[in-house]
Design a binder for this molecule. Structure first.
Ligand code: ATP
Ligand code: MG
Length: 593
């Protein structure tokens, strides 16, 4: 059973248990400014785990593409890659531990035919200081199903706890399932430290709500959220030690191997190239181009790191386009958009490689010279490598690590900032967004979007309220969709901009109120009251009692409009994105420029 069959089997199994399939969401989160990429199947479901009603019901199943840049340094081992696919099933306030674990057990042992002797389990060990008991409830269910006591280990927060996503909110223990990948028979006693035990699946039980005071109180809507890695599980059930022995990943590796010099091939480097180009193709497939900010910067790092390892392996010609082709071929049946955007992907990856290949050798020479002479890379030199030779600073750090020397990162950051000051007027803030803290800038846009909706309503929504129909925010701009049936005139646009700027100049406070649907109605909050929200919801009020804006939202937002002072509001690029839905772009422009 390979990747495709596993995915099919998983969906069918859970559909047979009344789960509805939710779509494989984009890698670039549509409505979450706090992260660059979707990192788990639960990610697109967060609002529903927080109590919003899901249109497809309370039992959901999905396969979700994920990117975890945090795992980039583990790439090359047997179990970690930056892009992977995650299967998952959810209970939104419906079934709980017993049913969830039973289904996991049934899928593993009956559907996949894994002998119970090859499995081991971890559960949460509890925390006295927080008054959270050991999760014996889960352990007992496993034992009842036939898992031996010796095969159940209790671990702490770093392994068996999830959440909350922010400072407060739903969180809880999880139970993880491990598969014995060793050649010999599995040891009687489970030792979680032994790497031959590979984690394949994780059932999270959201059962507490963490309060502002740091207390864990029982959650009203308890959820189950599970995640099973497709690559790992495929490898394990086929008796492979490493995910790199799966046919799809192997094919990518082989296609790279034949391009290199056979004396210079190195398994870890091959895996890194294969992984990075695979992830790059998936990101490019969503029409992101390499750049110096956000997702584009991650993409740039991935491609450039792959190119560097490729050159190390003696690959002479440009190769990324060729490998991209192989990757697209493998996955295009499941990911149509790869086929649709094939030309874009190949062109962009090749362009990025060409750009970098030109300066790579010179940059390496410079690096080596400094490294040998001074045994240290100063911030100025790291900046020069970035600015003139296109070395992402992470690459310089990696090169330095290989030589056992350090990079002065403090000085590098200072350098970067200083450069920003100098080039501010010259390049009209070209580096600005790359430097602004990602979450800080997007949080500002989030709040500004509330002001935008409010201003639109006061100016244009007298007859029929204008509703938000989606938004997409990054550190550079907000894309805002709203209900309206025509293009706004230049005067209207100006009026809206001025109204928002006027509010910002008051420096009013932004307050978050936790309430329920009824409470939000009483507060007169803006939002869609079609029972979409269940349980606790947040209302964000700007100004005294929400005089400026008063809206249901999951946040995050700035604490006061003072944080937005220093920006001008610039609206542009109006278009229609459906019948009765308009799109507009909003930029926060630096007043100093
Ligand atoms: P690990 O500790 O091994 O990194 P994790 O605890 O980070 O795993 P979860 O966040 O529980 O993993 O994700 C759910 C499942 O997704 C895991 O059980 C695993 O099968 C898979 N998974 C997680 N990270 C990766 C990765 N980098 N590459 C491949 N599969 C992964
Ligand atoms: Mg991990």
């Amino acid at each position: 059973m390979e990747r495709k069959e596993l995915i099919k089997k998983y969906k069918e199994f859970f559909e047979g248990k009344k789960h509805k399939e939710v779509v494989n969401a984009p890698l670039i989160p549509e409505n979450d400014p706090t992260v660059l990429f979707t990192t788990a199947g639960m990610h697109p479901l967060v609002p529903f785990l927080l109590g919003q009603k899901h249109p497809q019901g309370k039992r959901l199943v999905s396969v979700q593409k994920c990117i975890r840049t945090g795992d980039i340094d583990s790439v090359g081992d047997d179990t970690h890659i930056t892009f992977f696919e995650m299967l998952g099933n959810w209970s939104l306030g419906e079934y709980w531990k017993e049913e969830a674990i039973k289904m996991s057990y049934e899928f593993l042992t009956k559907e996949l035919g894994i002998p119970i002797g090859k499995l081991a389990i971890t559960c949460f060990k509890g925390e006295k200081e927080n008054d959270i008991p050991r999760d014996e409830e889960s352990a007992k269910i496993w034992e009842k199903l036939g898992v031996k006591k010796e095969r159940i280990a209790y671990l702490g927060r770093e392994n068996n706890w999830w959440g909350p996503a922010g400072k407060t909110g739903p969180c809880g223990p999880d139970t993880e399932m491990f598969y014995w990948s060793g050649m010999r028979e599995a040891p009687e006693e489970f030792n979680p430290e032994d790497e031959k035990w590979v984690e394949i699946w994780n059932d999270v039980f959201m059962q507490y709500n963490k309060t502002e005071e740091g207390k864990y109180e029982p959650l009203k809507q308890k959820n189950v959220d599970t995640g099973m890695g497709v690559e790992r599980t495929t490898a394990m059930i086929n008796g492979r030690k490493s995910i790199w022995d799966n046919p799809d990943l192997k094919e990518i590796i082989n296609s790279i191997g034949i391009l290199g010099n056979s004396n210079m091939l190195e398994p870890r480097a091959l895996k890194i190239i294969a992984d990075h180009l695979r992830a790059s193709v998936m990101i490019l497939g969503e029409k992101v181009s390499p750049s110096n900010t956000e997702q584009g910067y991650v993409l740039r790092r991935l491609i450039r790191r792959a190119v560097r390892y490729g050159k190390n392996m003696g690959i002479k010609e440009n190769f990324t386009k060729k490998i991209a082709e192989v990757i697209i071929d493998i996955y295009k049946e499941d990911y149509e958009h790869l086929r649709e955007n094939e030309e874009f992907i190949k062109e962009e990856i090749n362009k990025e490689e060409e750009k970098f290949a030109k300066t790579l050798e010179k940059g390496i020479n410079l690096f080596n010279k400094v490294a040998t002479e001074r045994k240290k890379i100063s911030g100025k030199e790291a900046f020069l490598l970035y600015q003139s030779y296109g070395f992402p600073v992470e690459m310089t750090e990696e090169l330095a690590k290989e030589k056992g020397i350090i990079v002065d990162m403090k000085e590098y950051e200072k350098e970067l900032l200083e450069h920003q000051e100098k080039s501010r007027t010259a390049t009209a803030g070209k580096f600005k967004s790359g430097l602004a803290d990602h979450s800080e800038m997007t949080t500002k846009y989030h709040t500004a979007s509330h002001l935008l909706l409010e201003a639109m309503n006061r100016i244009l929504g007298k007859e029929k309220p204008i509703e938000q129909r989606g938004s997409n925010i990054n550190a550079e701009r907000a894309r805002f969709d709203f209900s309206y049936d025509r293009k706004l005139t230049d005067e209207e646009v100006r009026e809206i901009e001025l109204m928002v700027e006027g509010w910002i100049s008051t420096g009013a406070n932004v307050e978050r109120i936790e309430t329920n649907l009824e409470g939000a109605r009483e507060l007169g909050a803006r939002g869609i009251f079609d029972d979409k929200y269940k349980g606790t919801i947040s209302v964000y009020q700007v100004g005294e009692k929400g005089m400026i804006s008063n809206e249901i939202c999951t946040g995050p937002h700035v604490k006061t409009l003072k944080e937005l002072q220093g920006y001008k509001i610039k609206l542009s690029e109006q278009k229609s994105v459906g019948s009765g839905i308009r799109r507009i772009k909003m930029k926060l422009e630096d007043r100093k420029e």
